[in-house]
Write a protein that binds this ligand. Structure first.
Ligand code: GLY
Length: 393
C-alpha cells in the first residue's frame, strides 16, 4: 500500500459509512411506518367486523363504517393483504381472508362501476397472494357484472346511475380498468381488456384539458357517443383540478401502460405527472390541497389520499422511463411526509386508521379532513412498491 492510499483510506471509510447510515435512515422511516400500520390494522381487524369494516371518522369522532354496498368496502380487506405482504404476519392473513370473504355477494352487483375498488382491492389481492381458485371465480363473475355497464355506443363503462347526466363517466373510473385487464389475463377472454382500452382511449380524448389536468365528470350522449357536458361533482368547480381526480388519472394511465405497453398511455401518464409535479401552489411537503384551485389556499384542507395514490403511481412510472428517478424521488418525498407525525397516526389513536387528513367530498360537506380507508390502502401499496424497489437498488 503506498502513502497516497493510506491517506485516502480514512476518507473512503467515512464515505462508505455515510452511505450506509443514509440507507439505514431510509429503512428507519419506512420500518417505523410499517410498525405503526401493523399495530393499527391488527387492532382494527379485531375491533370492527367484516360486514362493517372501517371507512372514515365522522366530525363527532365516531367511526363511519362501510356496508357491502359501499364503494369503499374493498379497501380495508386490501390493506390487510398489503400489510400481510409487508410483515408476513400470518394472523393478518387470516384477518385478510375473513374480511375479504364477507364481500362475496359484491360479485353480482351491477348498479355500480366501483367493482374495481370493491373486488380488485380485496379479492384481486387475495388471488394474487394466495392463488386460491375460489377467489378467482369471484373475480371472474364480478368482471361480468362490471362489463354489463359498458356501452358500445359510448365506448365507456357508465359510472353512476344517479343524477341528471345522460351517461356520466368520472375520471375515477380509470381505476376499474386494471380489474378488467387482469380478468382478460386470467380468463383468456379478451373482451374485458378491449373494454378497458376503449374506455381509456375515450377518457384520454375527452377528460383532459390542454394542461393535462382533468375534468371530474364527462357526460356522453348515449346515441352518438359524443361528450355533452364536462364538469365536476367532488371538486371545487367545473374548471378546477380536483386533487384526487388527477391522482386517479396518473395512476390509471401508468397502469394501462403496464397492461398494454401502448406508448400513448405512458406519454399520458407522464403529462399528468408533470401537471402535478410542476404545480406552483403544491405545499412544500407535497401533500396536495383537496382541489388544486381551492379558493382558500393555503388554508384549504389537504388530501392525504390523493398524495398516497400519486406516490404509488409515480413509483411504478419511475420504472418505465430512462429518467424515472425524478418520479421515484418525488414519490419518496410524499411518502416521507405521509410517514411523519403530521399525517401518520399515533398507534392506538385515529380510530385505528393509519393516516390522518384526507378529504372525501368537500362540496357535499362529507368526509372533510378525516382518516379514510382508501388513503391507507394506497399508502400501504406505495410502501410495498417502495420496499421492493429499495431491495432491488
Ligand atoms: N369516487 C371515488 C373518489 O371519491 O375518489
Amino acid at each position: 500500500m503506498n502513502l497516497k492510499t493510506i491517506y485516502f483510506l480514512p476518507f473512503l471509510v467515512l464515505l462508505m459509512a455515510s452511505f450506509i447510515s443514509c440507507s439505514k435512515q431510509e429503512v428507519k422511516w419506512v420500518d417505523k411506518a410499517i410498525d405503526v400500520a401493523e399495530v393499527q390494522l391488527a387492532k382494527a381487524s379485531k375491533v370492527y367486523t367484516p360486514e362493517n369494516n372501517p371507512r372514515s371518522i365522522y366530525p363527532n369522532g365516531t367511526v363511519r363504517l362501510t356496508h357491502i354496498r359501499d364503494w369503499t368496502c374493498g379497501f380495508f380487506p386490501g390493506s390487510l393483504w398489503y400489510m400481510y405482504e409487508l410483515t408476513n404476519n400470518e394472523s393478518l392473513k387470516t384477518e385478510a381472508r375473513r374480511y375479504t370473504e364477507a364481500l362475496d355477494s359484491v360479485q353480482h352487483f351491477t348498479y355500480t362501476h366501483d367493482l374495481g375498488f370493491m373486488l380488485y382491492c380485496s379479492y384481486g389481492n387475495a388471488y394474487r397472494i394466495t392463488g386460491d381458485e375460489a377467489y378467482k371465480n369471484v373475480l371472474l363473475q364480478g368482471a361480468e357484472s362490471l362489463a354489463s355497464r359498458f356501452s358500445p355506443q359510448v365506448g365507456c363503462i357508465r359510472s353512476w346511475d344517479f343524477g341528471e347526466w345522460q351517461f356520466p363517466v368520472i375520471v375515477d373510473n380509470m381505476m376499474n380498468l386494471e380489474y378488467l385487464c387482469t380478468t382478460s389475463q386470467i380468463s383468456g377472454d379478451s373482451k374485458f381488456q378491449e373494454m378497458a382500452v376503449s374506455h381509456a382511449n375515450k377518457t384520454m380524448a375527452n377528460h383532459f384539458r390542454e394542461d393535462y389536468s382533468s375534468y371530474h365528470v364527462v357526460s356522453y350522449d348515449t346515441i352518438t357517443g359524443n361528450p355533452i357536458h364536462k364538469g365536476t361533482h367532488q371538486g371545487y368547480a367545473d374548471e378546477t383540478a380536483w386533487a384526487r381526480g388527477q391522482a386517479w388519472g396518473v395512476y390509471g394511465y401508468t397502469m394501462m401502460y403496464r397492461k398494454t405497453k401502448d406508448q400513448r398511455y405512458l406519454e399520458m401518464a407522464e403529462k399528468i405527472a408533470a401537471f402535478i409535479m410542476n404545480l406552483k401552489n403544491m405545499p412544500s411537503d407535497k401533500i396536495p390541497y383537496w382541489d388544486y384551485n381551492a379558493p382558500n389556499i393555503p388554508n384549504a384542507p389537504r388530501d392525504a389520499s390523493a398524495a398516497a395514490v400519486t406516490a404509488s403511481s409515480l413509483l411504478e412510472l419511475s420504472t418505465y422511463v430512462a429518467d424515472g428517478d425524478k418520479y421515484f424521488r418525488y414519490a419518496e418525498e410524499v411518502l416521507k411526509s405521509l410517514s411523519s407525525p403530521a399525517y401518520l397516526a399515533e398507534p392506538g389513536t385515529n380510530g385505528f386508521f393509519i393516516l390522518k387528513h384526507s378529504v372525501g367530498a368537500l362540496p357535499n360537506d362529507s368526509e372533510v379532513d378525516t382518516p379514510i380507508n382508501y388513503a391507507d390502502y394506497y399508502y400501504l401499496e406505495a410502501l410495498v412498491r417502495y420496499k421492493n424497489m429499495l431491495n432491488k437498488k
